[in-house]
Design a protein around this ligand. Structure first.
Ligand code: ZN
Length: 99
C-alpha cells in the first residue's frame, strides 16, 4: 500500500494538493506510484488548474524523451517554460500567504 502524499499531517485526511505539491508528485504520478486516492486528487487538481496541466504536458514530453535519449537532451525551451511555471507558483504561494 502506497502512503498518501496528500494527507493532512494533523487530521490524516486526504487534502486537495496545492500546485507545488502536485509538481512534487508528478513523477510518481507518471510512474503510477500513487495510491488511487492520491491519483484521483491529483487529477481533480489538474482539471481545475491550467497551470499544472501545462506542467504535466511538459513533464510527460520529458518522460517520453527521457526513455529514448540522453537525459541531458531536454527540449530547448524546457528550462524557460519550467522557470516561468515555477515563478508563477512561488508568486501565487506568497500571495496566498500559505504554503
Ligand atoms: Zn495547480
Amino acid at each position: 500500500m502506497v502512503m498518501s502524499k496528500f494527507e493532512c499531517p494533523e487530521s490524516g485526511d486526504p487534502l486537495m494538493p496545492s500546485c507545488h505539491l502536485v509538481a512534487d508528485t508528478l513523477s510518481d504520478y507518471l510512474e503510477e506510484q500513487l495510491s488511487d486516492a492520491d491519483r484521483m486528487l491529483l487529477e481533480e487538481h489538474l482539471r481545475a488548474c491550467g497551470l499544472c496541466m501545462v506542467y504535466l504536458d511538459q513533464f510527460r514530453a520529458v518522460y517520453r524523451v527521457a526513455g529514448q535519449v540522453d537525459c541531458s537532451e531536454l527540449p530547448d525551451d524546457f528550462e524557460e517554460v519550467m522557470g516561468a511555471v515555477i515563478r508563477r507558483w512561488q508568486a501565487d504561494r506568497q500571495a496566498d500567504g500559505k504554503e
